[in-house]
Each structure stands twice: as structure tokens, then as C-alpha cells.
Write a protein that binds this ligand. Structure first.
Ligand SMILES: Nc1ncnc2c1ncn2[C@@H]1O[C@H](COP(=O)(O)OP(=O)(O)OP(=O)(O)O)[C@@H](O)[C@H]1O
Length: 295
């Protein structure tokens, strides 16, 4: 979906390639990847470890300049040069926020929650007084489900659970009123029940605030859950091997690698698991592709 005020989708990766030069030779981490994400939309980038997801995410967030290809935000290239480009790059860096896998590593261990959340508000001139900062920080904590907000203000990272720390990291990303959040394995270090709570909260932010999500995960089940109203791009060895509406990709995968990833997703219902296994074996017996080695 294009933004009605701009010339293009919120974010567009156009033929991006990233080559790393290492002692052992060149690594083509990302190879000619293109994708589009509209306002308030979600795209899940899925693949095994080493498939190039994080490199693509770093390029999408402007942390890394690709060897080839263009990144466009609201129709404007963000990797150009000159004063005009510097201004649009600055706007882009505020509008696109990154949430890492490990909140322990991304939050400052000697800063309490209030300082962590009020610092970016002050730095970007989004609040004019201490009372405004306090009000906005409380609002952010409420948005990420850390209530009553006052009880969280004086806490340090080590005084919170993993799920709470990740919610603070999301609140910090939200403080700059982003249009897009890039969540790089943001839920994978959490227990399943905590993970679902966090995904519900992120879904609420997407639908209520219109924040778009590029959701990076190795776990197709997570992508199915979080991205069911959006698209999935399946990455393998730096390339996108399948890209389309989530439910279509999940229910009718065309690529053998996607099929193998799906087979690796555990089926909680034993009867259904048995029926699926029988259907797969019958399909193989009928000469259909057997998929690639297990993920
Ligand atoms: N700075 C770098 N220098 C050299 N090679 C790199 C660099 N960063 C990534 N790579 C290589 O690029 C490939 C893709 O890595 P990337 O981290 O993007 O994959 P990923 O799918 O995110 O995997 P993971 O989930 O394990 O991080 C890997 O082979 C990795 O070793």
C-alpha cells in the first residue's frame, strides 16, 4: 500500500546485494533481494540461520549500505549523497526503528526505565519539560503493557524479566514515533507464553498506531502467527525463494525449501501430525518433490 502523502510504499528494497570480503573469499550474504512494505503492513522475513536475514534487516534500517541496489523510504532513495539526501536519511533513521533479539545487550544496564525512555524524547525535542517527559514515558509504558507505569520508571534492566525488558526496548523504539519497526528475532529468546503476549502487543501497535513491521524470524510458526494479515518472504542462501501473502505461502508453498521449513514446524495435534505425515509420504510416493534437507 502506498502512503497517500508520498510517491511510493513505506519501504522498498530494490535489488539489494551485499557482498562481504573475508579472508576466505567473498560471501554473498544477500543476493538481489527486492521487497515492498506499505503503511501499517507486516512482512515476515523467514529463513534458517545464515540465510541473510539480519544483513537484509540492517540494510533495510540504514545501518549497512548495500554493495548494490537501492533502499527507498516513502519513494525516496536513502542511500544517496548530498545535503538533501542527508536530510531524508535523518528523517528515515528516526522513522525506522530496530528492535534486537537480546534486550539485555541493547538496554544500558546502568540506566533506569525513565532515563532510557526520556533520553530519546529530549534528544529529538519531542518534549519540552520534565513533566511532559514523564507523561509521555508513562504513556509509552502503558502502550507496551507495562502497567502501572509508575512502578516501572525506577527499574533497571536486571530488575525485570526478559519479556518486560523487551517491552521496554519496544517502548524506546516507539518513543520516536516510528512508521516502521524492524524486529530482528525480537521474540526468539523468550518463553512461548511470554512470546505470544509480546506478539499480541506488537499486533496492537500495528493496528492501532499504524506502525509497519519487518519481522525477522527463523521460526515459520511465529511468522504465521504475527504475519497472517501480511506477506512472507522466505530467504535461502541470500536469495528470496518465495514471497507472497502469508496464508497462501503457508498453505500452498511452491518452493521446496519453504516446504522443508514447514515440515520442520512441530504440529501440536498428534492426530493431525499423523495425517500430515501420511499425506506427505503419499505425495512423495507419487513422484512429487521431496524437499531439501531438513532445516
Ligand atoms: N560482517 C560480516 N562479514 C563477513 N561475513 C558476514 C558478515 N555478516 C554476515 N556475514 C555472513 O553472511 C551470511 C548471512 O548472515 P546473516 O547474519 O545475515 O544471516 P541470518 O539469516 O541473519 O542468520 P542468523 O540468524 O544466524 O544471524 C552468513 O554466511 C554470515 O556468516
Amino acid at each position: 500500500m502506498a502512503d497517500e502523502h508520498t510517491n511510493g510504499p513505506l519501504l522498498e528494497l530494490d535489488g539489494i546485494t551485499q557482498v562481504f570480503r573475508t579472508r576466505r573469499g567473498e560471501v554473498r550474504a544477500v543476493d538481489n533481494v527486492s521487497m515492498k512494505l506499505g503503511v501499517g503492513e507486516v512482512v515476515c522475513l523467514v529463513g534458517q540461520s545464515g540465510s541473510g536475514k539480519s544483513t537484509a534487516a540492517k540494510i533495510a534500517s540504514g545501518l549497512l549500505h548495500p554493495t548494490h541496489g537501492a533502499v527507498r523510504f516513502e519513494g525516496e532513495a536513502i542511500n544517496g549523497r548530498g545535503r538533501g539526501h542527508r536530510a531524508s536519511f535523518k528523517k528515515f533513521r528516526r522513522a525506522v526503528q530496530y528492535v534486537h533479539q537480546d534486550p539485555y545487550a541493547s538496554l544500558n544496564p546502568i540506566q533506569d526505565v525513565y532515563t532510557t525512555l526520556s533520553a530519546p524524547l529530549r534528544r529529538h525535542g519531542l518534549v519540552k519539560s520534565r513533566s511532559q517527559a514523564r507523561e509521555r514515558v508513562s504513556e509509552l509504558l502503558t502502550q507496551v503493557g507495562l502497567t502501572p507505569a509508575d512502578t516501572f520508571l525506577p527499574k533497571f534492566p536486571h530488575q525485570m524479566s526478559g519479556g518486560q525488558r523487551q517491552r521496554v526496548a519496544v517502548a524506546r523504539a516507539l518513543s520516536l514515533e516510528p512508521r516502521l519497526i524492524i524486529a530482528d528475532e525480537a521474540t526468539s529468546m523468550l518463553d512461548v507464553s511470554i512470546r505470544i503476549g509480546l506478539l499480541r502487543m506488537l499486533t496492537k501497535l500495528r493496528t492501532e498506531l499504524g506502525v509497519g513491521f519487518l519481522f525477522i524470524t527463523h521460526d515459520l510458526a511465529m511468522a504465521k502467527y504475527f504475519g497472517r494479515e501480511g506477506d512472507i518472504a522466505v530467504m535461502h542462501e541470500g536469495r528470496i525463494v518465495e514471497y507472497g501473502p502469508t496464508l497462501q505461502v503457508i498453505t500452498n508453498p511452491e518452493d521446496a525449501y519453504t516446504q522443508a521449513l514447514l515440515e520442520a514446524v512441530p504440529e501440536p495435534d498428534p492426530d493431525l501430525a499423523k495425517r500430515k505425515r501420511a499425506a506427505r509420504n503419499a505425495a512423495r510416493g507419487a513422484g512429487q518433490p521431496s524437499g531439501v534437507p531438513a532445516a
